[in-house]
Ligand binder design. Structure first.
Ligand SMILES: [Zn+2]
Length: 75
């Protein structure tokens, strides 16, 4: 496994831990970075935690997470 410094994709599979959040565990609303829309409470979704930067964890819609390579934020 090679990893260049300044990894181009902070959400690459090898640098993040992915946790699936069950509806009964989702008690707050979040904003999905994939589509910038709300993830309402009681929604099955994904939490992505970068191994090197756990403070940067983000909540994603499941579909947005799985499709993130097709529509990535500019930059
Ligand atoms: Zn989304």
């Amino acid at each position: 496994m090679t990893r260049a410094s300044g990894h181009p994709d902070p959400w690459a599979d090898d640098v993040v831990e992915v946790r699936y959040v069950q509806p009964y565990d989702a008690v707050k609303a979040y904003v999905c970075p994939g589509c910038n829309r709300d993830i309402p409470p009681r929604t099955h979704h994904v939490v992505a935690v970068p191994h090197g930067a756990p403070d940067l964890r983000r909540h994603w819609h499941k579909g947005c997470w799985e499709g993130r390579r097709r529509r990535r934020p500019v930059g």
